[in-house]
Write a protein that binds this ligand. Structure first.
Ligand code: GTP
Ligand code: MG
Length: 139
């Protein structure tokens, strides 16, 4: 039998952290990197995430959190507007919103690191390493 200390924190006691942004900017990839799990489906197809995806985690040193991955705020059409409406509703609910955005193509940093050649990825400055430092074991 679990002691009281072993029970997961109730949902309403967790810090709710939402990931928001346009379609295909890497919201789900960031969630998977932060949790080091395949929580959300990632694909090059814009509009892959539809309903909000929730993942409870113990985040050092914050404690119990609930990550919320969302559909793109720029989704279009009847279904797309329903999806982005759910994202906006999630934006109203969360305690902390992380805006995920693309690095502008041709930024000074890209140009410096690529010898003024264009980026390999049409929308981004190339692969970037996401370091989930907060999830590291305290040492
Ligand atoms: N080059 C590069 N590609 C990335 C990066 N992050 C994500 N991707 C790629 O971008 C595409 C979209 O990634 P997702 O994580 O599904 O993006 P999303 O914002 O969740 O997309 P939707 O759910 O459609 O709104 C995938 O092909 C990823 O592999 C990055 O930092 N650099
Ligand atoms: Mg997604």
């Amino acid at each position: 039998m679990c002691s009281a200390e072993m029970r997961p924190a109730p949902r309403n006691l967790r810090l709710h952290i939402g990931l928001f942004g346009r379609r295909n900017v890497g919201k789900s990839s960031l969630l998977n990197a932060l949790t080091r799990q395949q929580v959300s489906i990632v694909s090059p197809q814009p509009g892959t995430t539809t309903d909000p995806v929730e993942k409870p985690m113990e985040l050092v040193p914050l404690g119990p959190v609930l990550f919320v991955d969302t559909a793109g705020l720029d989704d279009e059409g009847t279904l797309g507007e329903a999806r982005s409406g759910r994202s906006r509703a999630a934006l109203d609910r969360v305690d902390l919103a992380i805006l995920v955005a693309e690095r502008p193509v041709g930024s000074l940093r890209d140009r410096a690191s690529r010898g003024h050649e264009g980026p390999e990825h049409p929308h981004r400055g190339g692969p970037q390493q996401v370091r989930p430092a907060l999830l590291e074991d305290p040492a």
